[in-house]
Write a protein that binds this ligand. Structure first.
Ligand SMILES: Cc1cc2nc3c(=O)[nH]c(=O)nc-3n(C[C@H](O)[C@H](O)[C@H](O)COP(=O)(O)OP(=O)(O)OC[C@H]3O[C@@H](n4cnc5c(N)ncnc54)[C@H](O)[C@@H]3O)c2cc1C
Length: 475
């Protein structure tokens, strides 16, 4: 009888296209282990909205294989499970968070000490961060050459099916999922998540299929429109590894081949977005301080104007700028925010309100179901102008014009700000400019049922540019 093998699930909560599972299944009967490790990540323990997702995803996975749930520092837990079960091998998928490398080294030592083999596999990314280097052998700091280098390497290998496997039937204790209290208690702020999301491998597959059937064709032209439903919404599924990037890549390429050239542009655009994810991980791997410190060190001296009231107003979607407020309300209600609106809302917090980007990143960390240490950190730094290949700081999004350009009829704003529902299109993104009679007819009373703008756009813009001048001398 072969000794058991531990498959340690991490951000790869799926059975198909799972290299670590294939390896484990080939070695012996499998123990399916998930560890809730709130100790190792320190300040970056999984945020509240992501905990909701995690609960649902584990629930879904637990219906397919018997999960052993344990809580604690992963290396300690693994040592315990090896001892208790006599397992002689551990298989897992590599993680790239700043704390993950040291943890994986401790896990390897633990396995050695317990006389077990330790096997690490890829699969969370299309390319290992070390494998993509520029002509000088250095990591990339600019997206376009990085993406070209990725395309030049060719697509990932075709995804692999679920392997034939045997489940270990020995006794091993585990926690009950409900005891982890990952779901919110009263008030249940995640109520409306239920109808919107289907966490788990089946939900991920369904989302990918629906995107290919309904969104992909319009993706190149309309991805930036929050009033349209064309983006894939795969980000939480990718974050939790319920679908692999290789599965997405091949599914989109196959759809493009079936369409015989009609959606090549859309497919290319989607694959390029997937490579932004790769780029974020590439940066995080090579610059692990990315979640906390500006990539461009001169920005550490930026004269932020800490203002808890302004931060709170932004978090609650009460800034008086409709496109910004709609985004923050969408985030609270659904756990997600459209990419274009993320950029506008983040820019507003940083540049109009002069609040540190780290505060915004923290709020996103707690409220996004796709909160991702690489994508979130790299994107906030990109908007702030302090990241690698970032938008220049002096390019300040105008939240009125952005709204008018990407939400032309104000459908997105009306959806999330019902108090502005009856405003005419002309003033939907600038209600403070509407004549009193128009406001009255729309039932809007500024300062009562919708706020006055927190800051004037022109004044805030000038203030942000002067703040930038202060650090320019140190650049
Ligand atoms: C301030 C800010 C914070 C962000 N925080 C996160 C985060 O915590 N987690 C997260 O996954 N994304 C984050 N993003 C990136 C992006 O907004 C989301 O990935 C995207 O909106 C997810 O929607 P989708 O799946 O429909 O994307 P699609 O347009 O369908 O793209 C497909 C996939 O490509 C990847 N992708 C797309 N755009 C980006 C991007 N700009 N950077 C990195 N990967 C990308 C995602 O995995 C996404 O699921 C952030 C962007 C900004 C501006």
């Amino acid at each position: 009888m072969k000794p058991p093998v531990i498959l340690w699930f991490r951000q790869n909560l799926r059975l198909a296209d799972h290299a670590a599972f294939i390896a484990a299944a080939a070695q012996g009967p499998v123990i399916f282990l998930y560890i809730l490790d709130d100790e190792t990540p320190g300040d970056w323990r999984i945020g509240a909205a992501s905990r909701w997702w995690l609960h649902k995803s584990l629930e879904s996975l637990g219906k397919k294989v018997p999960l052993v749930l344990r809580r604690g520092a992963a290396d300690r837990v693994i040592a315990g499970v090896l001892r208790e079960t006599g397992a002689k091998s551990l298989c897992f998928t590599r993680d790239y968070a700043p704390w993950a490398g040291a943890l994986e080294a401790r896990v390897k030592d633990t396995c050695e000490a317990e006389g077990a083999a330790c096997h690490r596999y890829g699969g969370f990314l299309l390319h290992e961060p070390e494998d993509i280097r520029n002509g000088m052998g250095e990591p990339y700091k600019v997206y376009t050459p990085f993406s070209k280098a990725c395309f030049a390497k060719g697509g990932p290998k075709p995804p692999k099916p679920v392997p034939v496997f045997e489940t270990w039937t020995g006794a091993v204790a585990g926690d009950a999922l409900a005891d982890w209290k990952l779901l919110p208690t009263a008030p249940n702020w995640a109520k409306s998540f239920e109808s919107r999301w289907q966490p788990g491998e089946e939900g991920a597959r369904a989302r990918l299929d629906a995107f290919i059937a309904n969104g992909l064709a319009a993706y190149a032209d309309e991805r930036d429109r929050p009033d349209r439903d064309v983006a894939s919404r795969l980000s939480p599924h990718l974050h939790f590894g319920e679908v692999s990037p290789a599965q997405c890549w091949h599914a989109v390429r196959a759809a493009a081949a079936r369409a015989g050239g009609r959606i090549d542009l859309a497919a290319e655009k989607f694959l390029k977005e997937m490579l932004w994810r790769e780029f974020s991980y590439h940066l995080l791997h090579h610059w692990p301080s990315l979640p906390a410190e500006p990539f461009r060190p001169e920005f550490a001296a930026f004269p932020w104007q800490y203002n808890p009231q302004h931060l709170k107003a932004w978090q609650k979607g009460l800034t008086g700028y409709p496109i910004v407020d709609a985004g923050l309300r969408e985030l609270w209600a659904t756990g997600i925010m459209h990419n274009r609106v993320r950029m506008i809302a983040a820019s507003f917090l940083i540049k109009h309100l002069l609040q540190p980007w780290q505060e915004g990143a923290r709020w996103f960390w707690d409220t996004l179901v796709d909160a991702d240490i690489a994508n979130n950190s790299a994107s906030w730094q990109w908007v702030a102008g302090c990241g690698a290949d970032a938008a220049p700081y002096f390019r300040i999004f105008n939240p009125i014009l952005q709204g008018e350009k990407f939400d032309t009829k104000g459908l997105y704003v009306r959806k999330w700000l019902p108090e502005l529902g009856a405003m005419p299109d002309e003033f939907i993104h600038r209600p403070w400019e509407a004549p009193r009679s128009v406001l009255q007819a729309a039932g809007v009373e500024l300062g009562r049922n919708y706020p006055h703008p927190l800051v004037d756009h022109g004044t805030a813009r000038d203030r942000a540019l002067s703040a930038l001048k202060e650090i320019k001398g140190t650049a």
